[in-house]
Design a protein around this ligand. Structure first.
Ligand SMILES: [Zn+2]
Length: 251
């Protein structure tokens, strides 16, 4: 039986790290953000090999579409499990209502909201109600709570095939967290997964800086260097954020 593991998360939550670790397992191919490739002019460009990719050139020679892409990827990569970190739940639901003969599992990846707000501040813009607007801490907070609320709803709907991961646990305790995730997927943990930089990867989109990293590091003070004390206060005093933090076990 073939399996697709979907990573659902707000943006800037470390899904590239998680999917790259998983994609380093001998049975898994990490696809990357497939929905984005279909959405954005069908640019199926491998982050590592650009246009000379052994996997994606083969896919592009076939008549591929949303309907057969998973089947083609299983064939071309010869793996049993695909990790799709499209993040977008509408995409997953559309895909899985189709005629795929695959099992699905969901990993919900959550990172503390201060980091999300800090990332949007660095990026200077927010994708809000269908358009790009300039950053403000209030809008960034609303954006995070909206996404998380939606994810929690889907999590409750798919609970029996879902697993919740905190980015902070993955980055701080990668071995234990990855072992637990492997357990959930139903595969044996492989130590080489934690040295993903030694292996080949062919994924679409994702955080480009991970390509160069040769370690898994946890920087718990990053947001404190980006956000002002007032911005941090705004995040922490938001009632919805306080509720979500309690649900995920933050602080
Ligand atoms: Zn490639």
């Amino acid at each position: 039986m073939k399996l697709v593991v979907n990573i659902a998360s707000p943006p800037h939550s470390g899904s590239t790290l998680l999917s790259t670790i998983l994609g380093s397992h001998s049975k898994i191919f990490n696809v990357g953000e497939l929905a984005k490739a279909f959405r954005e002019n069908r640019f199926f460009i491998c982050v590592y090999c650009r246009n000379n990719c052994s996997i994606w050139s083969k896919i592009k020679r076939e008549k591929f579409s949303i309907d057969n892409i998973y089947d083609l990827l299983f064939d071309v990569t010869n793996k049993d499990i695909l990790v799709d970190s499209s993040k977008d739940f509408t995409w997953f639901l559309k895909k899985h209502s189709q005629k795929y003969e695959v099992k699905i599992k969901f990993i919900f990846l959550i990172r503390q909201p201060e980091e999300f707000v800090a990332s949007l501040k660095k990026q200077k813009t927010i994708f809000y109600k269908g358009k790009r607007i300039s950053y403000s801490p209030e809008k960034a907070i609303v954006r995070w709570t909206e996404i998380v609320q939606r994810l929690l709803y889907f999590y409750s709907q798919y609970k029996e095939v879902s697993y919740l991961v905190k980015y902070e646990n993955l980055a701080q305790f990668p071995e234990k967290t990855t072992e637990d995730i492997c357990n959930f997927i139903g595969i044996e943990f492989e130590p080489k997964m934690l040295q993903f930089w030694n292996l080949e990867h062919h994924y679409l989109y994702g955080n480009p800086s991970l390509k160069r990293s040769r370690e898994i590091f946890f920087d718990k003070n990053r947001y404190k260097r980006i956000l002002t004390p007032l911005e941090i206060k705004l995040v922490r005093e938001n009632i919805k954020i306080q509720t979500f933090k309690k649900i995920f076990g933050y602080e």
